[in-house]
Design a protein around this ligand. Structure first.
Ligand code: CTP
Length: 399
């Protein structure tokens, strides 16, 4: 709950500004008071009237509005809030914030404030990926600005990729966490992610197609809810999220040791695609090709990390969540896997090539628990992650 909290909401000028209207509703539903500020560009996307009607408060737009200055100076306006939220934070606003420019009311407030700031970036994917924006992002983070999103998906401009503003409820979760009120505040959660690389010799290895995208999104979603996350990752194709403790490993055996070292935890989520076998006696020097002969590889089983943690006596996390990547009889195989491993939940997904899930951006999962199988709609991996994190928060909150 956010009762008694005041949010200064700065709405930037982007197509995602319409989501700020819903964000105001969601914040107020939870008891927060919202003081809205519109940039001049934002007023091209949403009207001051609709913003103030939803906020139930006056909307501030101009720096040199003498009436506003008489009622409440901009310095004071920036200080009465418990949190300043910028949503959408456009590339332009981020650049101005990073430079400390103060040419209008929004940027002046941001420069004058001494309260924490949370931004929800939204922009075209190329603008997001541009070196200048990434530089500004790093500067802002270094200044202590919290960041939620952006999400990956179809964009209003017709392109695809990271740049969509987080959904209002994700921003609310970010607000709660920023105010030390996330449902997972004070909880330790361990997440494994990515593939493992099992060496054959110094230059060759056995791997799989996991990108690590789902595990990374889960770790991010848990951190947004306030959890202290240890993220044990194999060599993944996507970067680890911010705000988590990252432990990088290569092999399944290293992952096992890193997991054990990260315990105790309140919950553990095993999203890594761990190799089942490693090559026995991997060669210290490169295996040379010899005409007419083929190398023979001998395998040994890797430790089953999920099973080991699920079956710990003392020190077992209260909630252990495994994944089951299947290509056939998904629910039946995953249900059996849950029992065999001894975990509490299994997130099952069909990774047949036709689904495009392995290495893709979407996931269609079935959550298997002792209550049975619950089919979730196919959605972006970040949406699946947010939903799973909320369920984990619920489960931990209950006991
Ligand atoms: N897992 C693990 N350690 C392993 C193998 C798997 O922790 N050595 C975890 C994965 O992170 C995942 C779950 O176990 O949460 C299931 O992984 P999966 O590869 O589907 O299961 P396997 O036990 O390898 O079964 P199979 O390959 O026969 O389907």
């Amino acid at each position: 709950m956010l009762s008694g909290k005041r949010i200064l909401l700065i709405i930037g000028g982007g197509i995602a500004a319409y989501k700020a209207l819903d964000l105001i509703r969601r914040l107020r539903e939870r008891g927060a008071a919202v003081t809205p500020v519109l940039t001049a560009a934002a007023a091209q996307f949403v009207t001051p009237l609709s913003v103030s009607a939803l906020a139930g408060e006056k909307v501030y737009t101009e720096l040199f509005d003498l009436t506003d200055e008489a009622e409440m100076g901009h310095i004071q306006l920036s200080r009465v809030a418990d949190l300043v939220v910028v949503a959408p934070a456009t590339a332009d606003l981020m650049a101005k914030m990073a430079q400390g420019l103060a040419g209008d009311l929004a940027t002046t407030l941001l420069l004058a404030t001494d309260t924490p700031v949370l931004i929800a970036p939204a922009m075209n994917v190329r603008m997001w990926e541009h070196a200048a924006t990434q530089r500004n992002l790093a500067t802002l983070r270094g200044d202590g600005v919290r960041v939620v999103g952006p999400n990956e998906g179809d964009m209003a401009c017709g392109e695809y990729g990271p740049g969509r503003m987080s959904e209002p409820l994700e921003i609310v979760a970010g607000v709660e966490a920023a105010l030390g009120q996330g449902p997972l505040q004070g909880r330790r959660v361990l997440v494994t992610s990515g593939p493992t690389h099992e060496p054959i010799d110094p230059v060759r290895y056995i791997a799989n197609r996991s990108s690590g995208a789902q595990g990374s999104a889960i770790a991010r979603a848990l951190a947004v809810l306030g959890a202290e996350v240890t993220f044990v990752t194999g060599p993944a194709g996507v970067p680890p999220p911010d705000g988590v403790a990252v432990v990088r490993v290569q092999t399944a055996r290293q992952m096992r040791d890193a997991v054990m070292a990260a315990l105790p935890a309140d919950a553990a989520v095993f999203a890594a695609a761990v190799a089942d076998w490693h090559v026995v006696g991997d060669s210290r020097s490169k295996i040379k090709k010899v005409a007419g002969t083929l190398p023979t590889l001998q395998f040994a089983e890797n430790p089953d990390i999920l099973a080991e943690v699920s079956q710990l006596g003392t020190g077992r996390p209260k909630l252990v969540v495994g994944f089951a990547a299947e290509t056939d009889d998904v629910v039946a195989n995953a249900t059996a896997k849950r029992v065999r491993k001894g975990c509490d939940w299994i997130v099952a997904n069909d990774v047949s090539p036709a689904t495009g899930i392995m290495g893709g951006t979407e996931n269609a999962v079935t959550l298997i628990s002792d209550a049975g199988a619950e089919v979730w709609d196919r959605a972006g991996k970040d949406v699946v992650a947010t939903r799973l994190a909320a369920r984990i928060a619920d489960a931990l909150g209950k006991g």
